[in-house]
Design a protein. Structure first.
Length: 724
């Protein structure tokens, strides 16, 4: 941190879903296994200090946070149940416990004094970051990054006047890391040093700072004392800092000039980066390295936080720690969606740490999880009855006893029949907010919400002069005073803006078709299950001519001994001709549908594409590969085109025939006079509802308000890429 992570590896993001491009999940798994066998060491002890601060002073000078304490709990459950940490060796400091003195004292007493060479040590901080003047001028801007403890207020009179703050600076973090007696040290910082208090529906984890703030005398004295105890001269201290981090691996949730999102997820807040990191590690089938983990997590963090947030990491100079297992620990447990945390009289409480952030809504009433031991053997079933945050409650479905700590894997998810598309109302609408709320309430399956209430899927707002300045680097920037849709983090939704001066009522009417498409896409995405499906399906996106793999997806638990794909690319230019190869590796036939959603939310169907055929039009026979388009029989091509931005391809394979969906598609084809080829759908709601009916499992115990989807009957995969 002392060098602001200036030499961290840059981890590119393309707004893609996990492992859609670049490294695939399988590639990560194989790399992790290889590095794990070669480099992992046995560790006699694993120590962790987890700090999370929401309750900063309510003085109006910087925003309180909501997700940092949840970050601590996420890391705690992950370290205990996935990496074998003893709960007694983990100390949690949250809110008012996390004073400057408590953080530093606990770091010294719990980590430095107890660790031995070869031990594993983890320090995690979630909270505000800031910057103060660096007396040694390590960077051209003359500033040093800091962590803000709960008792480090801004000086009285700020921002009109500056002064000293009691932040924990990068210099101090460097010295603390230097004092750790083991090289197996991981520091994770989910905070940032730039950005405003809010961006759309996100809160930014940055307290104001800069050239008007200085290190306090207390901070400088602590550095001198610690440096003296370590027998490091002032000159040596500066030299070492400028070479890199002190020890192990340091991970930051964003680049030095970016912001870290405190983001809403359904009914709770968390750090976008911490959520993605922990969820990803719950799902891994083998040991994964720092390099592979952060590469994949970076791709997903951007999508989850709806922000330009690129996680970074730096390793100890001269080390090869980017290729060692993350947390310097080989993971020996099976991948999982959850873990049993308490059980009494048949009632079970579970921690849903491995559930994808976008799928939380389907892990409430009606979801079924299967206990699994380290040998992969089933140990009983749990049906969930409710969920609050990442805590689920349910009951046993069999006469058995499940031990606390038993891992749980998804068997059935329950897709609610009352799902809505949540639209946040941006303050840029001004006095038109209530009119916008009224107009949106009249739209089917749309739920207007004030920003900050909960997670929203999109934001309705007006393009202001300030937004135009902030978004100046985005293509197709709308004119000032036009109305349209933003992402949750205020990035543009292409082709959603009208003419300047358009009324709210007219804008909502104009957006009706787009809202229906966005809702339909949301419904399909609730079924995505690449990590949990038991069907054996493999999908590759390749050039129209050639065998290079642009991107690949597969069902992690559906098969074994699948070879790793070639590395892919992050973005595709306009005019790139593509084809897909979809292989049914089951010993039974599957029924297939392939949907494409462009950056503006428009949905098209590219398979099936013979609209006068019977149900067999969706069939993919056992052991066969579908080429899409087929160069021999298909008369169409797939070429990247406007609008630029993120395009998502959804591949849905089911053991059930897709009769309802096909009938709906054939009706649209009849109306448009199309007999074969891709089919654009202006209102895909009925088709998607038919698709959900087709893939729903039969379960007499499930409430009518839930559509059960079984991992043994469905594989729903996604490949996402950026068109530039």
């Amino acid at each position: 941190m002392a060098r602001g992570f200036s030499r961290r590896h840059f981890l590119q993001t393309a707004g893609a879903t996990l492992a859609a491009l670049g490294w695939s999940q399988r590639d990560v798994m194989l790399r992790g296994d290889r590095y794990g066998r070669a480099l992992a060491q046995s560790t006699p002890r694993k120590l962790a200090l987890l700090v999370g601060i929401n309750e900063y002073p309510q003085d109006g000078l910087f925003a309180p946070l909501y997700g940092c304490v949840n970050d601590v709990e996420m890391q705690y459950q992950l370290l205990v149940h996935r990496f074998g940490f003893n709960p007694n060796d983990i100390v949690k400091l949250t809110d008012q416990q996390a004073t400057r003195d408590a953080i530093l004292t606990t770091f010294e007493e719990h980590l430095i004094k107890q660790a031995q060479p070869g031990d594993v040590v983890v320090f995690h901080f979630s909270g505000h970051g800031s910057r103060v003047v660096d007396p040694d001028q390590d960077f051209p801007d003359g500033l040093n990054s800091t962590l803000v403890p709960v008792d480090s207020p801004l000086p009285a009179g700020f921002p009109r006047s500056g002064g000293a703050v009691d932040d924990i600076t990068g210099h101090t973090i460097f010295l603390l890391g230097s004092a750790i007696p083991t090289e197996n040290f991981t520091m994770v910082l989910d905070s940032c040093h730039s950005g405003g208090a809010k961006r759309g529906n996100l809160i930014i984890r940055a307290r104001p700072g800069g050239s008007d703030l200085t290190m306090s005398e207390v901070e400088l004295a602590y550095q001198d004392d610690l440096r003296s105890r370590l027998n490091i001269s002032p000159e040596e201290f500066i030299r070492r800092r400028r070479e890199g981090i002190a020890k192990g691996v340091a991970i930051a949730s964003a680049r030095r000039n970016q912001y870290a999102a405190d983001a809403p997820f359904e009914d709770f807040y968390a750090g976008a980066f911490t959520f993605v990191l922990t969820q990803y590690l719950w799902q891994q089938t083998g040991t994964t390295s720092f390099n592979s983990t952060l590469g994949n997590v970076a791709r997903t963090t951007t999508q989850v936080s709806f922000s330009n947030q690129e996680p970074q990491f730096e390793t100890q100079p001269g080390s090869s720690f980017d290729n060692v297992p993350i947390y310097f620990t080989q993971k020996a447990t099976a991948p999982a969606e959850a873990v049993v945390t308490n059980i009494a009289s048949g009632e079970v409480e579970v921690w849903l740490g491995g559930v994808d952030p976008h799928s939380l809504e389907v892990f409430g009433e009606g979801a079924v999880l299967s206990g699994v031991d380290n040998a992969g053997q089933s140990r009983g079933l749990v049906r969930l009855t409710q969920r609050q945050g990442l805590i689920g409650k349910g009951r046993l479905l069999e006469e058995t006893t499940l031990p606390t700590g038993l891992l749980l894997q998804e068997q059935i998810r329950g897709v609610p029949t009352d799902v809505t598309l949540r639209i946040g109302l941006d303050e840029s609408l001004g006095e038109d907010i209530e009119a916008a709320r009224t107009a949106l309430l009249a739209a089917p399956r749309v739920e207007p919400l004030a920003l900050g209430d909960r997670e929203v899927h999109y934001v309705l707002g007006r393009m202001t002069a300030a937004y135009r300045q902030e978004l100046a680097d985005q293509p197709g920037l709308p004119l000032e005073n036009s109305i349209g849709l933003f992402s949750q983090g205020l990035d543009l939704v292409p082709d959603s803006y009208g003419n300047p001066g358009e009324s709210i009522a007219a804008a909502v009417t104009r957006l009706q078709s787009k809202l229906r498409s966005l809702f339909a896409a949301r419904m399909v995405k609730l079924t995505l299950n690449p990590g949990s499906s038991r069907l054996n399906l493999n999908v590759a996106m390749i050039p129209e001519s050639g065998n290079e793999v642009y991107a690949q997806q597969f069902t992690v638990r559906g098969g074994e001994n699948q070879s790793a794909p070639r590395p892919g690319v992050e973005v595709l230019p306009l005019g790139t001709a593509l084809r897909f190869e979809i292989t049914n590796q089951e010993n039974r036939d599957l029924y297939l549908s392939v949907l494409v959603i462009d950056s503006s939310g428009v949905m098209s169907v590219i398979f099936p594409n013979q609209w006068v055929a019977s149900t067999e039009a969706t069939l993919l026979p056992a052991g066969e590969t579908l080429q899409l388009p087929n160069p021999v029989t298909d008369s169409f091509r797939l070429v990247t085109q406007e609008p630029k931005g993120t395009t998502e391809v959804l591949i849905v394979a089911s053991s059930n025939p897709l009769d309802n969906a096909l009938r709906g598609l054939q009706a649209i084809a009849d109306d448009t006079g199309i007999s074969r080829g891709p089919l654009g759908i202006s209102d895909p709601t009925d088709v998607v509802n038919g698709l959900l009916d087709d893939i729903s499992a039969t379960d007499s115990n499930t409430s009518p308000s839930v559509q059960p989807v079984s991992v043994t009957q469905l594989a729903a995969l996604s490949i996402t890429f950026d068109v530039v």
